[in-house]
Design a protein around this ligand. Structure first.
Ligand SMILES: *Cc1c(COP(=O)(O)O)cnc(C)c1O
Length: 400
């Protein structure tokens, strides 16, 4: 088998080691971990769960995560882009899976495609309600819309003033036919903060959400599914769960922030491994990598790991990171390059801690997790996960 492209996913248990022959690094995704995580999150309350699989399933592979979510009994899949929603709809049709799909970022011109594919769409603007209803009428379908209220994030959604107009437009479209209010929703900005300011901001957003629901009711409309919380809200603010929680980062085994506690047993589902491509003895006084940010004060063994910032290893982590080789925690040295980085395999007085071909745990396994990489790179695990793995071979973890 040749090197796997991101879209060519193997079936569990299939041996893909031959892919390593040309690609000395790989991403290993464990769908069973995602399924178990979602089940643990879903069990927190009566609220339904949506599995958020935008950004290629946070780097885990969109189809793999979709299947893992369905295996957990989840029937809602959420994506940002309309293009992703269409791909999920194709996957669902291909695999004969019944799911509901919600998109919240799309070109209004693509509404006929989205509605035609049976995808639920978020609407923040009156004109989009009209486009959606028209598109539905044209293809003989019902547009399922989720009215979005901006409760304080100032990103998507109609402000309270505009929301009344949005609701009026929706009421009209529902009356004419071809349109159904499938949901009312919003997004929290500070649910991941334990401090009093964060808690107050979240409570205020919840109040604005309740007011919006009252506006919908006063217009004689059903609200459908009411959803406000993503991972942080679903975990830290039980009152924000309403009818459904949109689980993103938590289903991938990471907390939305260090302030948010996760249920026991929830674990990361993605690992990154590489093989050492070179091991050599380098003399004292030599500089390491671009700019010679690191310099050897004694002769040491250095190893080369064939991954770099082009593959999602953050350059900002240069000189701070460590990885694991044969059970040893070893330092990364000097600048991380586009396709490779250098690690310290010990004093030249002794045997090197690894040989060419040995496996390096770069992320997960015995190595650092995405939260640790995020700390070195002054970012969040979300960015590490979604950026990881461009051009890297992928396989599924063998089922246990
Ligand atoms: C990304 C996203 C989510 C999931 O967020 P997490 O913090 O990863 O749980 C939920 N809702 C919306 C609107 C999003 O954009």
């Amino acid at each position: 088998m040749s090197v796997l492209s991101v879209t060519e996913w193997p079936t569990p248990g299939r041996d893909l080691d031959s892919a390593m022959a040309s690609m000395p690094a790989r991403i290993i995704v464990d769908p069973a971990a995602i399924t178990a995580n979602l089940m643990a999150l879903d069990a927190l309350s009566e609220a339904e769960s949506m599995s958020v699989i935008k950004a290629n399933g946070y780097g885990h592979g969109r189809d793999v995560v979709a299947q893992a979510a369905v295996d957990a009994g989840v029937r809602w899949l959420g994506v940002a882009q309309g293009s992703e929603a269409l791909q999920v709809a194709e996957w669902a049709a291909r695999s004969g899976t019944e799911v509901r799909i919600l998109t919240w970022i799309y070109d209004p011109d693509s509404l006929p495609l989205l509605i035609g594919a049976g995808i639920d769409v978020s609407v923040s603007e009156v004109s989009h309600v009209l486009y959606a209803a028209t598109a539905a009428a044209e293809c003989g379908r019902v547009a399922r819309i989720h009215l979005k209220i901006d409760t304080g994030m100032s990103r998507g959604g109609a402000t309270a003033a505009d929301f009344r107009l949005l609701v009026a437009a929706a009421a009209q479209a529902v009356e004419v036919g071809h349109c159904e209010v499938a949901g009312v929703w919003s997004h929290l900005a500070r649910a991941d903060e334990a401090g009093v300011e964060g808690r107050e901001a979240t409570a205020a957003q919840q109040r604005e959400f309740d007011e919006a629901l009252a506006v919908v009711k006063a217009a004689g409309l059903g609200a459908g599914i009411r959803h406000l919380a993503a991972s942080a809200g679903g975990l830290a603010h039980p009152g924000a769960r309403y009818d459904m929680v949109r689980w993103g980062i938590a289903q991938y085994g990471y907390a939305p922030s260090p302030d948010v506690a996760m249920p026991a047993g929830v674990r990361p589902a993605l690992r990154v491994e590489a093989r050492l491509t070179l091991v050599k003895r380098v003399d004292a006084g030599r500089g390491i990598s671009y700019g010679a940010l690191a310099r050897l004060d004694e002769a040491r063994w250095l190893g080369i790991v064939p991954l770099g910032y082009a593959n999602g290893i953050p350059r900002l982590a240069s000189g701070k990171a460590w990885v694991s080789v044969n059970g040893h925690r070893v330092r990364q040295l000097g600048r991380i390059c586009m396709d490779q980085f250098v690690i310290d395999l010990g004093s030249a007085d002794r045997e090197p801690l690894g040989s060419v071909g040995d496996i390096v745990d770069v992320l997960g396994g015995a190595g650092p997790d995405a939260a640790e990489w995020a700390e070195w790179a002054q970012t969040i695990p979300y960015e590490i996960l979604t950026g990881m793995g461009v051009g890297v071979a992928r396989r599924l973890a063998a089922p246990v």
